[in-house]
Design a protein around this ligand. Structure first.
Ligand code: FES
Ligand SMILES: [Fe+2]
Length: 465
């Protein structure tokens, strides 16, 4: 165990160069032994996001989070404080708050400010103290408070997300999240609220599902309809435990500016005004996120507001200024962010171990994947859109289970889904020689395996040559 505040393996938080051609084996995706070890060596020791702060606004609001065979209970307790516990009764081990079968967690409110175990009635306040034991004297004084209270779990927040860590000696959340947190703070995710949240279950490893969203190298083949907007050539880099990417050109001559690194850049096409409008509309219709209605509307006005032949960079700048004005008119603050800050953040992030965020000034689309129990061939997959809304304008949302059809998830995400189970099948082939991640465009993937290996003690990427 590490001492509090200690950073295990400084190389995890170091940004390393992974541009050398590297390979890593398929074991991390397919081995039952590896998956069982992951529960101990990875999931029991890392910070992982369990939901959004907005889900627990009132005293007594609670949710559970399931990871491998553990269930964590998170509750808004006294003093407005979030607390987390292992969701187990210390008497004879009943799950304290039952998690409905086929759900991705229990949610509710403990109005009375207590949790009551339905088996023998042991009762706990929201601070985790045991407040009632039937016939306590039968234990002849052996039941100390430490013996009968709920087992605490570390809990903290960043960007409006609630994170937990089962390791009592873990490093602070902020340390764990750097440098991602510092580079993403300007987006002020804490001011965004849910627009939708959907989940499903796939017959693939959680890493296969996550990696389907970690690089734009797949766009040309998986989303050919998007190629008309640009080449989707990307830089990709390790940021300690985490990683990010952004648009690039093969000769790497592109200006490192917001216009060339944001998902909204104008790419190919004779008329940048029309291309921008078309791209925005297509994203809105076929992703259902990664932009907003206000931004789509502003893009559709470009053709009226700018003369034909306006250069792409100017179109992009004008459009962003229009978005800002439109949001200001609605009373929604657009975060103050320089082009440099936006460029440094890039297009999308992998937050170790299991979260992928595609960010913008007023929206984010993110994915979370987790093992289904400890089955290496199955995972829970969630996709969430958050957005800045007017005061009180956020819609009421709930988690929705959606079968993985195009109708339920829209075209682009359904295209990504189409690879997942095939990848899982292929990774089990005795003819597969190991992963060959692109040394320029898929460093985020390599970095995930570099960091996984530091927790797991196996599977580190090795030179290809
Ligand atoms: S198992 Fe909870 S009171 Fe007995
Ligand atoms: Fe994709």
């Amino acid at each position: 165990m590490n001492k509090k505040g200690d950073i295990p393996g400084q190389d995890r938080v170091a940004t390393v160069d992974l541009s050398e051609p590297l390979t890593f084996p398929a074991e991390a995706y397919t081995s039952p032994e590896y998956a069982a070890a992951e529960a101990e060596k990875l999931w029991a020791r890392v910070w992982q996001h369990v939901g959004r702060v907005e889900e627990l606004p009132h005293f007594g609001d609670y949710m559970t989070y399931e990871i491998c065979n553990d269930s964590i209970l998170i509750v808004r307790a006294n003093d407005n404080r979030l607390r987390a516990y292992h969701n187990v009764c210390p008497h004879r081990g009943r799950r304290l708050v039952p998690v409905p079968k086929g759900s991705n967690g229990a949610r509710g409110n403990s109005k009375a400010g207590r949790f009551f175990c339905g088996y023998h009635g042991w009762t706990f306040d929201l601070a985790g103290n045991n407040t009632d034991i039937l016939n306590r004297e039968d234990w002849q004084g052996a039941l100390t408070e430490e013996r009968v209270c709920l087992s605490p779990v570390q809990v903290d927040t960043w960007g409006g997300w609630i994170f937990i860590n089962m390791d009592p000696d873990c490093m602070p959340l902020r340390t764990f999240l750097e440098p991602a947190a510092g580079l993403l703070d300007p987006f002020q995710f804490e001011n965004m609220r849910y627009r939708f949240r959907q989940w499903t279950v796939f017959d693939c490893n959680w890493k296969v599902a996550l990696e389907a969203f970690m690089e734009p190298y797949h766009v040309a083949a998986t989303h050919p309809q998007l190629s008309k907007y640009g080449d989707f050539y990307a830089w990709s880099k390790a940021q300690g435990l985490h990683g990010n990417d952004g648009f690039d050109t093969p000769d790497q001559a592109a200006e490192d500016s917001a216009a060339t690194t944001t998902v909204h850049r104008t790419g190919k096409g004779a008329d940048a005004r029309r291309m921008m409008a078309q791209m925005q509309r297509e994203f809105w219709e076929t992703v259902g996120a990664a932009t907003t209605q206000v931004m789509v509307d502003a893009a559709e006005r470009l053709v009226d507001e700018l003369p034909e032949g306006t250069p792409a960079a100017e179109v992009h700048h004008h459009w962003l200024e229009s978005c800002k004005k439109d949001y200001a008119a609605l009373g929604v603050k657009w975060p103050d962010m320089s082009d440099q800050q936006m460029a440094a953040a890039g297009l999308a992030w992998h937050i170790f171990p299991n979260m992928s965020i595609l960010q913008g000034p007023v929206f984010a689309l993110y994915y979370r994947t987790r093992p289904y129990r400890t089955d290496p061939n199955k995972c829970i997959y969630e996709a969430v859109a958050i957005e800045r809304f007017t005061e009180g304008g956020a819609p009421a949302t709930e988690w929705q289970f959606k079968e993985a059809t195009e109708e339920n998830w829209r075209k682009v995400i359904a295209q990504d889904f189409s690879n997942m189970e095939l990848v899982q099948q292929g990774l089990q082939s005795r003819g597969f020689r190991g992963n060959l991640p692109n040394p320029h465009q898929e460093q985020k993937v390599t970095n995930l395996h570099r960091n996984l290996a530091s927790y797991m003690g196996t599977g580190a990427p090795t030179p290809l040559k």
